[in-house]
Design a protein around this ligand. Structure first.
Ligand code: EPU
Length: 430
């Protein structure tokens, strides 16, 4: 087992460059299955999840090679139809092969990915949407099995603007016969990115970035080269890290237009936020905090609301802010699980249902803690920077799943941090 050992007390100062979004590139990789031939993705982050998704594609008969930030995927004329159980278990995003393979092959078997440490994560919206398009879907021995000789267009209302369901239905609809309308669709920049790639491939889609997506099915698509949208969650993480540690970080290629509420919250907390180039906001921004942050209330919601993936950063900000704040989680039912680890660091947090009341302290107190998911892991490392003494964050692999070059970026910003291998039982029970 590997852990991050952080010594608190140093503000993060310097610059980082943000690469492509994990939650976009994994779906762009799945979309490559829609067409035979070579898809090239650029601005690809070097993270564990990209490695896992590459392996999912290989087991379906594709070739996938990452050189620098360019991922080349060669898809055969007849890709496989069964996703590997162990890989899907390790990474839920592999469920995104369901829509494209169903559209392309008329049959697919994907292991049920189950829930995880942030909560139960159903597939009912994915399934109901694909069934409306003519698929027959059954659950067989832990697999979701979907069949359809040819999908047809349908009008689909999502109960909740689910990112994954919107993507699976969208990727199935581009090759279906007729028109599909997805109402209450997710609006995340990741959805806009995948719509852009699908349109470059020849798909007919309107409404990307709004709650209503209209897709006119086409007979076939062509493979393309596509650049991945920058990672707004990584950008937002660095922005919050600057404020929490009372530092000064330039977030190059962070897209402020994808982070409006998050940056506004930091502004209310007392941070100074400047665009690097007001004429080209996508160049990035700078966040400076020269005093203890003021407490601000934060509510997570689907985009354009404050991202649930930033919840650990919101709690950590509150934990060191001046005054009490209320943080409300509206997307996942167990995202507060990591708060137990924050309590070990001396944070004063009390939860009631999906609300957390956080009473800020000037300093937290370093302790051994455990990453329960990607974002909680990073939130705990950042909390450790604002803690007295040493904090050890176990299960470092979670952070590898979503943050490229995390250790070197942290060190580049002045953090005292190292990565250490330990025998599992060397680490105290957490
Ligand atoms: N939901 C259902 N039924 C469904 C689908 C979703 O009940 O059929 C519920 C979920 O249980 C959850 C809510 O709807 O309560 C939202 O889930 P959504 O489908 O939007 O999430 P996802 O597609 O599974 C993606 C990201 C998550 C991110 C969420 C919300 C990927 C690979 N994952 O998950 O990212 O938190 O959207 O923005 O894109 C992360 O990167 O650390 C991460 C967890």
């Amino acid at each position: 087992m590997e852990l991050f050992r952080v010594t608190g007390g140093t503000p993060l100062v310097g610059e980082v460059t943000v690469s492509g979004a994990k939650n976009s590139v994994l779906k762009l990789m799945a979309a490559s299955l829609l067409v035979e031939g070579r898809t090239v993705l650029t601005n690809v982050p070097r993270i564990l999840d990209v490695t896992i998704m590459s392996e999912v594609l290989r087991r379906l008969g594709c070739e996938a090679a990452l050189e620098g930030d360019t991922l080349t995927i060669d898809v055969p004329a007849v890709p496989g139809t069964e996703a590997d159980y162990n890989l899907v278990r390790r990474m839920r995003a592999s469920i995104n092969v369901l829509g494209p393979l169903l559209a392309r092959r008329g049959e697919v078997r994907v292991p049920h990915p189950g829930g995880d440490a942030i909560g139960s994560r159903g597939l009912d919206y994915h399934i109901a949407g694909l069934e409306r398009m003519g698929a027959e879907i059954t659950s067989e021995h832990g697999f979701v099995v979907a069949r359809a000789s040819r999908l047809h267009g349908a009008r689909i209302w999502l109960d909740f603007p689910s990112v994954g369901a919107t993507e699976n239905i969208l990727m199935a609809a581009v090759l279906a016969k007729g028109t599909t309308v997805i109402d209450n669709a997710a609006r995340e920049p990741d959805i806009v990115d995948i719509c852009s790639m699908l349109k470059e491939m020849g798909a007919e889609i309107s409404g990307a970035g709004t709650s209503t997506l209209e897709i006119e099915g086409v007979e076939e698509l062509r493979p393309v080269t596509h650049r991945t949208v920058p990672d707004r969650i990584v950008s937002g993480t660095w922005a919050f890290a600057a404020a929490i540690t009372q530092g000064d970080i330039i977030v190059r290629r962070g897209e402020p237009r994808h982070l409006e509420i998050a940056l506004d919250k930091l502004n209310q907390a007392g941070a100074h936020i400047d665009l690097l180039d007001p004429m080209q906001p996508g160049e990035g921004f700078r966040v400076r905090m020269d005093r203890r942050p003021k407490a601000v209330d934060i509510v997570t919601l689907p985009y354009p609301g404050f991202a649930t993936d930033m919840l650990p950063m919101a709690i950590t900000l509150g934990a060191v802010a001046d005054g009490p704040s209320m943080v409300t989680e509206n997307v996942f039912d167990a995202r507060f699980m990591f708060i137990n680890e924050m309590l070990r660091l001396g944070a004063d947090v009390r939860t009631d249902g999906h609300h957390a009341v956080v009473r800020g302290k000037t300093w937290l107190s370093g302790a051994p803690v455990k990453a329960t998911d990607i974002r909680a892991g990073v939130g705990l490392v950042i909390a450790g920077l604002r803690a007295d003494g040493v904090t050890e964050v176990a299960d470092a692999f979670h952070i590898d799943r979503g943050y490229p070059d995390f250790l070197s970026q942290m060190r580049g910003l002045g953090a005292t941090i190292e990565r250490i291998k330990v025998e599992d039982d060397e680490f105290p029970a957490v």
